[in-house]
Design a protein around this ligand. Structure first.
Ligand code: M6R
Length: 607
């Protein structure tokens, strides 16, 4: 979480830093700050709130061509002005911004106190600034001071450090991404690649343990122990898709409606309609690996975990081999048995989710091969896996994930088809599936022409104390995704259950007028789902029913929303869309900040 931007060059730093922060704001938005150096003086401005709040307190000009900036998602210490980055050492010689968590900071803080240095903030980050300042007094160079400080830290960091009277930035990475962008006589630092694309396409991704000394037109990288590291320059590809808001009222709205195009982008060139199979070249999986894999395991968090769950079901349906989806944060700590012959898929939009990264490292350590199913090109998970499939959603800025979900599902569907065709999936069945997958973007567009009575559904949801989401099979997972969306955006407690499980407990919650969202596409489980619908109606609940267009069950819902018919295995691609719209519209109606829901951030880069 948190965003870092740094600049050293020939232009005024402040506007570049503020624009960098604006593009990073989705990573955290509790508080934000900048520090700019000019003639040996470092001027800092910070505030609780968003980048717009920072802009409002900035003086018209702040001279200086060297600076650092940060947008925070609080981990240690409340959301206060004093806890906002940049943090400075007591003697004002070191200013820094930090992403990550320093686990031994209490102990280090005590050590500083014993030397008469009192930290003014509650953060773990300030400790680093104070320690570097002390090291500077004895080290031969600023780099050495930083290196010796880092060797005493335990935890994770992405650091960008500004030192008084030194025309340089020092950056370090350990578990928190940091990227250097090399321009013409100017160098940029960012925790995300996409703000860099406005300035340069030549970037270097720092690796864990790297420390970089940055000058205006050059930089060098060493390890924490001082060994020199050869930088590997990556040329950022032009990001597909428009990262700016344009005319859309919110990023979430824009991204929901981008789904048909995003889906086309994901599918295009990756399916063989004649052979009825997928063609995921980046996976680098040969035929025999697919045939011999004993099982598949999928990992993810939040929405990515739900996409993984759908992938699990599709792999079992088509490949007829066992598949299990795991929540990464559980997987990483459960000492799970790893079979090196199995296929492991790490699913993540950002490619920076700390729990998924740890799970990937654990699998690799035990000899397993992990394939990334990732959106952000060059992200940590993509690079760590070194193989996999980019889902090609284009930039997703809204904290609530939408187009990444449908593209993850599509990518996993293609993978399942490829796996299935090496085993039991017939050519005809494969062809039918691929043909319908190719139709999915168009069917989404058809749905957008008439989204149904979303406003009536919102009437029911707005006043609810809690909402129950029900579905079976693939739709049980769609129910979870719908519940997550409504909960994170509207702050309404939501519960998602497989419809058959409802009578084993959650039914106790229902009372007259309780809204229940039932997802009942026209698949082999529909009749059973309808039994649950009747049971909730018998208790006075109000049903919001998501069903296939033209299906007679429409009359059973208090509010019924129709989606176009599609192959039963592809229904999540369509049934999730009204749930996204319902969450978006409910949040708006309740006056929530749709793109910046409270307490959340887009990339969860801490445990
Ligand atoms: O970047 P990732 O896909 O790894 O992120 C995983 C979750 O943090 C993310 O899906 C989160 O649950 C979203 N806020 C859901 O809308």
């Amino acid at each position: 979480m948190c965003g870092i931007f740094g600049y050293l060059g020939h232009q005024q730093a402040l506007p570049i830093l503020v624009e960098g922060l604006r593009r990073l704001e989705y990573r955290g938005y509790d508080s934000t700050g900048v520090a700019v150096e000019h003639d040996g003086r470092i001027e800092t401005h910070k505030t609780v709130g968003k980048v717009a709040d920072l802009k409002a307190i900035l003086p018209p000009t702040v001279e200086g061509t060297l600076g650092i900036a940060h947008t925070r998602w609080a981990t240690h210490g409340g959301v206060t002005q004093v806890n906002t980055h940049p943090h400075a050492s007591e003697n004002d010689r070191v200013h820094l911004v930090h992403n990550g968590i320093i686990e031994n900071f209490q102990q280090l803080r005590k050590g500083l106190a014993a030397r008469g240095i009192a930290c003014i903030s509650e953060t773990d980050s300030e400790v680093i600034a104070q320690m570097i300042a002390l090291e500077l007094e004895k080290a031969a160079t600023p780099l050495e001071a930083v290196q010796s400080t880092l060797r005493r830290l335990r935890g994770t960091w992405g650091l960008c450090i500004l030192l008084k009277d030194h025309d340089m930035l020092i950056c370090a990475r350990n578990g928190s991404p940091l990227i250097i962008g090399q321009g013409d006589g100017e160098t940029f630092v960012s925790s995300d690649p996409h703000p860099l694309t406005a300035h340069t396409q030549r970037v270097v991704y720092l690796e864990d343990g790297d420390v970089a000394v940055i000058h205006r037109d050059s930089f060098s990288i060493t390890s924490m122990k001082g060994h020199s590291v050869e930088p590997s320059i990556t040329v950022l590809e032009d990001a597909w898709g428009e990262a700016e808001l344009g005319d859309a009222p919110h990023y979430m709205y824009k991204e929901i409606y981008e789904q048909p195009d995003a889906l086309r982008q994901c599918i295009s060139g990756r399916v063989d309609r004649d052979m009825g199979t997928g063609r995921l070249g980046g996976m680098g999986l040969d035929h025999s690996a697919l045939v011999q894999a004993p099982h598949v395991r999928l990992l993810g968090c939040g929405t990515a975990a739900y996409a993984a769950e759908i992938g699990q079901m599709l792999i079992e349906k088509m490949g007829r081999i066992p598949a299990v989806a795991h929540i990464s944060s559980e997987f990483r700590n459960n000492d799970t048995v790893i079979n090196p012959k199995a296929i492991y898929l790490a699913v993540s939009q950002s490619g920076e989710t700390a729990d998924t990264i740890s799970a990937v490292k654990e699998i690799k350590l035990k000899g397993g091969q992990v394939f990334g199913v990732v959106n952000v090109v060059g992200s940590t998970i993509a690079r760590l896996c070194g193989q996999g499939v980019y889902i090609h959603s284009g930039p997703e800025q809204s904290v609530a994930s939408t187009k990444a979900f449908t593209n993850m599902v599509a990518a996993l569907t293609i993978f399942a088809t490829q796996l299935g065709r090496t085993r039991h999936l017939s050519k005809d069945d494969g062809r039918e599936l691929i043909a319908q997958l190719q139709q999915a973007p168009h069917l989404m567009e058809t749905y957008f022409e008439d989204v149904g009575p979303i406003a009536e559904a919102v009437d029911l949801l707005c006043g609810a104390n809690s909402v129950l989401f029900l579905g079976r099979g693939l739709s049980a997972t769609v129910a979870k995704e719908g519940a997550l969306k409504l909960m994170e955006l509207a702050y309404i407690p939501c519960l998602a259950y497989p419809a058959g499980e409802m009578k084993h407990g959650p039914i106790a919650l229902l009372e007259e007028g309780s809204p229940v969202v039932v997802i009942a596409p026209n698949d082999h489980l529909k009749e059973k789902t309808m039994s649950a619908l009747h049971e909730v109606k018998a208790r006075g609940a109000k049903v919001i029913l998501i069903h296939e267009k033209g299906d007679a069950i429409a009359s059973e819902g208090d509010v019924s929303i129709a989606v176009p018919a599609i192959h039963p295995w592809l229904t999540p691609l369509l049934t999730v869309v009204p749930l996204q719209l319902m969450a978006y519209e409910t949040a708006l109606r309740l006056g929530r900040d749709v793109d910046r829901p409270r307490n959340l951030a887009k990339s969860v880069t801490v445990e």
